[in-house]
Design a protein around this ligand. Structure first.
Ligand SMILES: Nc1ncnc2c1ncn2[C@@H]1O[C@H](COP(=O)(O)OP(=O)(O)OP(=O)(O)O)[C@@H](O)[C@H]1O
Ligand SMILES: [Mg+2]
Length: 241
């Protein structure tokens, strides 16, 4: 069986800024894999390259099919779905309207799935017809993940989902990620919360200034001194003469 995702030689450039440098990543079916790295390391740019929302060089195989030239909506329809950094909830729309946006690429019946989502998240069900602005940060993250679920992902990419959440909500979020994975979802998790990410993922990659400087099993990465160095040494604002 081919890997669910195999990306080779991914390069993203913004003008002269080479934000992602010849990155190779792969995910097997059913894995949780994390991508770690300091601010500006290129994590979001890598996810956008995989999703097809920034121009990138390199090859992306999804379940063995070369999707490198596909548009982002076509990739979403194939099951490559992202929960973006900062959640990107539309606060003037209702909770339900936000949820339905996840189904924009579908033309089949999905009411059973929205019912299942409201069963899973009673807080969202109670606020279904209220503007999403009434939601707390944690509830907005649940809504962003629910919206992504409605796109029927085979691979869900989460960009710093724990950002700004209290420790209790972070724990709930990681429980949810594990639950979704147990239900069969493959997950690519970008995080700055290295501790929680490595406790959840099977393997990880560490990005520094756009390049992978370290990769391996979560336990090995947790105890690798180079992980901390990647965070400190890789900070653009700390790069002195
Ligand atoms: N749209 C853009 N135009 C120009 N430069 C960009 C753009 N997006 C990101 N960059 C630059 O590319 C580099 C990588 O940014 P990216 O957002 O991918 O990093 P990141 O690891 O996700 O950081 P963070 O942890 O802050 O989210 C940075 O130098 C950033 O300034
Ligand atoms: Mg980012």
């Amino acid at each position: 069986m081919p890997a669910l995702l195999e990306a080779r030689g991914i390069d993203v450039r913004y003008g002269r800024n080479n934000a992602v440098r010849t990155v190779n990543v792969s995910l097997d079916h059913g894995e949780i894999v994390t991508v770690l790295g300091a601010n500006g390391a290129g994590k979001s740019s890598l996810l956008k390259a995989l999703l097809g929302t920034v121009r990138a060089d390199g090859t992306v195989l999804f379940d063995g099919v070369d999707i490198s030239s596909w548009s982002a909506p076509r990739r979403v329809r194939a099951g490559l779905v992202m929960v973006p950094e900062g959640r990107q909830i539309f606060v003037s729309l209702t909770v339900h309207e936000n949820l339905l946006m996840g189904a924009y690429c579908r033309n089949d019946e999905f009411s059973a799935e929205t019912d299942a989502i409201y069963d899973r998240f009673p807080n969202l069900a109670e606020r279904r017809d209220m503007p999403a602005s009434v939601l707390s940060g944690g509830e907005q993250q649940m809504l962003a993940i629910s919206r992504a679920l409605l796109a029927r992902p085979r691979l869900m990419m989460l960009d710093e989902p724990s950002l700004g959440l209290s420790p209790i909500l972070v724990r709930q979020l990681f429980d949810l990620i594990r639950d979704l994975n147990r239900d069969g979802l493959t997950i690519l998790l970008v995080e700055q919360n290295t501790h929680m990410a490595l406790a959840t993922a099977r393997r990880g990659y560490v990005l520094e200034l756009g390049a992978i400087v370290l990769e391996g099993g979560s336990r090995d990465l947790s105890s690798d001194v180079r992980l901390e160095e990647a965070y400190l040494g890789g900070q653009p604002d700390r790069a002195g003469p």
